[in-house]
Design a protein around this ligand. Structure first.
Ligand code: 5GP
Length: 183
């Protein structure tokens, strides 16, 4: 990504809104109900993959009614500009012993599928009581490894997107909507 030189430059890279704040709110309510329906009052552990999923996690955890704990992992997918290099590293692990938990992984976006494939493998090996994956966004046309989330709020075409937790060069995570990035 080229260096941002001014506020005009920063703003001009927000090409167009793809998902509005209201659409996100609506779909999060439905996702919360879906989680409640699956777990039927059983306590769960929501596991957010940092950093991209931190905003989604904050809203989704307030849309579920079952008792829930929160956990964080940091999985870093390495990008050259807006292109995935295919390298995924777990840089911060969960503090909970997952063997006594029903787990819901909360992810921002499934792109090539590599990150979630690795994270799911890692967590399943620790024998949780159950495991489901909820993703805010899904780009199925970009898959390199086979991976299907259990619940996806929005399916999008092959755009590089920013906002609502998703960054480009660490900027734009604080946008309240999801936008296409103007590379
Ligand atoms: P995957 O391992 O499925 O290729 O990618 C997962 C990670 O790549 C996501 O958690 C996210 O951090 C990053 N990523 C993939 N596509 C996009 C995108 O369109 N925008 C942004 N900002 N990050 C993306």
């Amino acid at each position: 990504m080229e260096e941002i030189k001014s506020i005009q430059d920063y703003e001009s890279r927000i090409k167009r809104v793809i998902v509005t704040e209201d659409q996100i709110k609506e779909e999060i309510k439905k996702a919360g109900k879906w989680i409640d329906g699956i777990y039927d009052g059983k306590p769960i552990l929501l596991v957010s993959i940092l950093k991209g999923a931190f905003v989604f996690m904050a809203d989704l955890c307030r849309a579920v009614s079952v008792p829930c704990e929160i956990g964080f992992m940091c999985a870093k997918s390495y990008y050259q500009g807006t292109v995935s290099t295919g390298i995924v590293n777990i840089t911060m692990d969960l503090e909970q012993d997952v063997s006594s938990y029903h787990i819901v992984i909360v992810e921002d976006i499934v792109d090539t599928g590599r990150t979630l494939n690795d994270v799911v493998k890692l967590l399943k090996a620790r024998k949780p009581l159950s495991l489901h994956v909820v993703t805010l966004l899904d780009k199925p046309s970009r898959r390199v490894v086979e991976f299907k989330p259990d619940y996806s709020l929005f399916t999008i075409p092959d755009y590089f997107v920013i906002g609502y937790g998703l960054d480009c060069g660490e900027y734009y995570r604080n946008l309240p909507y999801i936008a296409e990035y103007n590379a």
